[in-house]
Design a protein around this ligand. Structure first.
Ligand code: CTP
Ligand code: MG
Length: 385
């Protein structure tokens, strides 16, 4: 079978500017490895007949974990420079001799089918084409410590990939200018006298180069959660004879206990109601009626977990919880960190998103008179738009 369009995806770099243990092309963006996203664009295109990845010899395991289950031929081992890696890829295609080759950075996972299709069409006409974007900032030429010149930006473009060429001429040019360490294939084509055309690039087709780009990429793929909700919850329980109270899931020795059907954890009840309030899902009494015997002596972490699950079912995330416990005694201060930890654990929420405060009421009212404890809570929930 003759192959018309073949793709080479260069993934043999070390990603030094991003840093870290794993080369950037194997990092996940919203749960999917960058290389997998990139390869997928080519596998999805019916006009690309062959896709080959060029990898570093140390990365075989990472490669298998990222794309091992995809329909790909054996990867090719790259070289010390991007140019060398491309050349190794072009050599590997020697057996199948495609008509056109599309050379692409693994580090550009956001290539669209529109751009790829535009290149597929244009390369048939002109034989060499790259996507590029016009420079919009004014460009300065620096010498030592001051600007020497302002450059006419009308002639300036930023080159992207994939860069598409007739296979034979680009292969020959790559061989001829081997070891020049040029950073894109168009530069090699230009040196070899090929006339390279431009099509409109895409701002989103960014090359992930720094950790900032990783963050940008996360923002481009992740849920945006722009629908922000706030809920408020209040609960009160009276004291009765006993030797401990349960507050925020923590057992605190005391001369009384809180009266209630469940464990009477006034703090977790307030938070549960705050969360239910934010997603407009009724209140704790509706979900766990005191008349229902199965909740007798139940641990209130169960109620809170249920509220958190309803948030999860709505594809939402909890942004923060703020809790205030209002009582004369017991003193909350010594237990505050434990309570915070426990709430963070029950909700599986970062501790920095959990606030626990306490106040007295200056001996006024039922709390001041040590007849019971009140808790108030606010919850912020973010939902996808
Ligand atoms: N590349 C390659 N072989 C190399 C160098 C780079 O295949 N010897 C690939 C990279 O994996 C990347 C693309 O060429 O997909 C563009 O290069 P760049 O963004 O510079 O990636 P790295 O070289 O990995 O990053 P850095 O320069 O920060 O180390
Ligand atoms: Mg590099």
């Amino acid at each position: 079978m003759t192959v018309k369009n073949a793709a080479i995806i260069v993934a043999a770099g070390r990603g030094q500017r991003v840093g870290g243990e794993i080369p950037k092309q194997y990092l996940n963006i919203d749960g999917v490895p960058i290389l997998r996203r990139t390869v997928d664009v080519f596998l999805q295109n019916p006009d690309i007949n062959h896709t080959r990845v060029i990898i570093h010899p140390d990365d075989r395991e990472l490669y298998d974990a990222a794309v091992g289950d995809m329909d790909l031929p054996e990867p090719v081992i790259g070289g010390d420079t991007r140019q060398q890696s491309v050349l190794n890829g072009l050599e590997a295609l020697g057996k199948i001799m495609p008509e056109y080759v599309f050379i692409h950075d693994a580090a550009r996972p956001f290539l669209t089918q529109d751009t790829l299709n535009a290149l597929i069409n244009e390369v048939e006409i002109s034989g060499a084409v790259i996507p590029a974007l016009k420079v919009t900032d004014t460009i300065k030429y620096m010498t030592e410590d001051h600007i020497n010149n302002t450059i006419d930006r009308d002639f300036l473009y930023r080159a992207q990939t994939p860069q598409a060429f007739r296979y034979k001429p680009i292969f020959m040019a790559h061989r001829r200018f081997e070891n020049n360490n040029l950073t894109d294939d168009s530069a090699i084509a230009e040196k070899g006298g090929l006339k390279v055309r431009i099509i409109e690039g895409d701002e989103n087709n960014l090359k992930i180069t720094t950790t900032d780009d990783i963050r940008k990429a996360e923002m481009m793929t992740g849920e945006t959660y722009t629908d922000v909700r706030v809920g408020f919850g209040v609960d009160v329980h009276a004291f009765e004879d006993g030797d401990h109270v349960i507050l925020g899931g923590v057992k605190i020795a005391h001369t009384k206990k809180l009266k209630g059907h469940s464990d009477a954890d006034v703090a977790l009840h307030a938070i549960t109601d705050a969360i239910l309030g934010a997603i407009a899902k009724g209140d704790i009494g509706e979900h766990f009626p005191p008349s229902d015997d199965q909740w007798k002596n139940a641990g209130s972490d169960l109620f809170l977990k249920h509220a958190a699950k309803l948030v999860d079912d709505a594809d939402g995330v909890i942004a923060n919880i703020d809790l205030t416990i209002i009582c004369e005694e017991p003193k909350i201060g010594p237990h505050r960190d434990l309570i915070r930890d426990r709430i963070s654990e029950i909700l599986d929420l970062d501790i920095e998103r959990v606030s626990v405060k306490a106040t007295t009421t200056e001996k006024l009212g039922f709390a001041g008179e040590k007849k019971g404890i009140m808790a108030q809570s606010v919850a912020t929930i973010r939902l996808p738009e």
